[in-house]
Ligand binder design. Structure first.
Ligand SMILES: NC(=O)C1=CN([C@@H]2O[C@H](COP(=O)(O)OP(=O)(O)OC[C@H]3O[C@@H](n4cnc5c(N)ncnc54)[C@H](OP(=O)(O)O)[C@@H]3O)[C@@H](O)[C@H]2O)C=CC1
Ligand SMILES: CC(C)(CO)C(=O)C(=O)O
Length: 311
């Protein structure tokens, strides 16, 4: 398959790298020293599931030079989406699939505004991976799965392009589980990552600290209940007892885990605060839901970390 990987970071470098290494015709979008290093030495992936190098790797900083593809993996951070989405139509032919991998729940709609809902496969990446220097990506853990589906999928009847893409990901050595309901899964991940990210950043705490102090554990659960109520108000069919299930998942994670949101904010980098906590506040206002904890977290984090993109 002809695949464009838009953003060669933790997500694009890992899943795109696996697809390229398994023989697909993959072009990576990258820039600066990262692009130069990939061009010169290939894309070097160090992974708990087995190291590999894509060499030579097809890499460009000009998205429009790639031409129409079978699939594009949108793998930039949420705040980096606008310039990429502006040029995205150059890659899209009638059956092209554009998989969104961003955390939060707004990337599919933003992408659909650029290329139409018919092109978009809302997706969820479950992995811990990051760039470790020019040309190098590290996968440290997580299931390394990339789930996606059609916008309005019929359960049990995947489209032909979804079937082909799932096969490609599974054959590459990563996993592409079949979601029951991609929207419920997107919101379920949001319900984990946003409370964990917001509270972790506000309290400068790891997951182990958040879950073991009774006061912060309660706040974590309360924040999850806010996201649950918001999702249900928007008609999302979350599983029963989703908060209890997510807290059990929290209890299973390595104690020193933090989110990218927390690390980016505390290290003064641009962050996805607007797409995580900001989105909860924004969508709650739209849906008539009340999310006082998230409103407070947004206020605290925005004023404490002014480098975060404005709301
Ligand atoms: N990493 C993870 O483990 C997980 C990440 N996610 C989500 O996936 C999304 C991607 O995250 P992640 O892979 O970590 O992000 P990274 O920052 O690791 O990768 C993004 C890459 O895209 C590049 N990029 C951005 N815009 C452009 C552009 N216009 N042209 C060329 N290159 C560009 C960035 O370059 P530069 O550095 O120069 O800006 C960077 O190399 C996020 O929404 C994140 O929340 C979800 C689950 C797990
Ligand atoms: C917490 C984690 C790793 C979960 O996949 C994540 O998505 C992030 O930190 O951005």
């Amino acid at each position: 398959m002809h695949i464009a990987v838009l953003g060669t970071g933790g997500i694009g470098g890992y899943f795109g790298g696996r697809l390229a290494a398994s023989g697909h015709d993959v072009t990576f979008l990258a820039r600066g020293p990262h692009l130069e290093a990939i061009r010169e030495h290939g894309l070097v992936v160090t992974s708990v599931a087995g190291d590999f190098t894509v060499q030579p790797a097809q890499v460009t900083d000009d998205l429009t030079s790639i031409g129409p593809v079978d699939a594009a993996l949108l793998a930039v951070k949420t705040w980096q989406l606008p310039p990429v989405l502006e040029k995205l139509p150059a890659l899209v032919a009638p059956r092209t699939a554009v998989i969104t991998a961003q955390n939060g729940v707004e990337a599919p709609d933003q992408t659909a505004a650029a290329v139409g809902r018919g092109a978009v496969l809302p997706g969820i990446a479950k992995i811990f991976a990051y760039i470790d220097g020019p040309g190098r990506v590290v996968h440290v853990g997580g299931p390394a799965s990339l789930a996606f589906d059609e916008w309005s999928a019929t359960p049990g009847a995947p489209s032909e392009r979804v079937t082909r893409l799932r096969e490609a990901v599974n054959d590459s050595g990563a996993a592409s589980p079949v979601p029951d309901d991609i929207w419920a899964e997107l919101w379920s991940k949001m319900l984990f990552v946003v409370p964990f990210g917001g509270l972790g950043a506000a309290l400068d705490a790891t997951i182990g600290e958040l879950r073991s102090r009774p006061s912060s554990r309660l706040l974590l659960e309360d924040a999850m209940r806010e996201v649950e109520a918001l999702a249900r108000a928007r008609g999302i069919r979350l599983p029963a007892r989703v908060v209890e299930g997510t807290m059990a998942f929290v209890d299973d994670q390595p104690a020193d885990s933090t989110t990218s949101l927390q690390r980016d904010l505390l290290e003064g980098r641009p962050s996805e605060l607007d797409a995580w906590t900001g989105a909860v506040v924004r969508l709650a206002a739209e849906s008539g839901a009340d999310v006082p904890l998230h409103r407070l977290l947004l206020e605290v984090l925005t004023s404490r970390h002014p480098v975060a993109p404005p709301r």
